[in-house]
Design a protein around this ligand. Structure first.
Ligand SMILES: [Zn+2]
Ligand SMILES: [Zn+2]
Length: 100
């Protein structure tokens, strides 16, 4: 019986201190996690912008120019390109690419 009464206040204060620690943001591991997530989201956003069509900036770029290999245009804009917008190389052909 005495064991039970001794145990309960201990676990109760343990829980309380844990809750306080959470409310005060004392978990440094959580902080680094959110920082990493922010960086990841920013990197993700940058990559998303990078793969947008340089001409219309609405569709994803999915047509690569040959022979230079630049991937800058969507399938709507690529046919109008006689020269690569990046390196000005004459476009001899195009390759449809897929990002899965
Ligand atoms: Zn486009
Ligand atoms: Zn090029």
């Amino acid at each position: 019986m005495e064991d039970d009464t001794n145990e309960n206040p201990l676990t109760g204060s343990d829980i309380l201190s844990t809750i306080f620690a959470i409310e005060n943001g004392d978990f440094s591991t959580n902080k680094t996690d959110t920082n990493q997530e922010d960086e990841f989201l920013q990197e993700n956003k940058r990559l998303k912008e990078q793969k947008l069509c340089r001409i219309c900036k609405e569709e994803d770029a999915n047509i690569a120019f040959l022979p230079c290999g630049h991937l800058l245009c969507c399938s709507d804009c690529a046919p109008a390109m006689r020269y690569c917008p990046s390196c000005q190389e004459y476009v001899r052909g195009t390759v449809k690419t897929w990002l899965v």
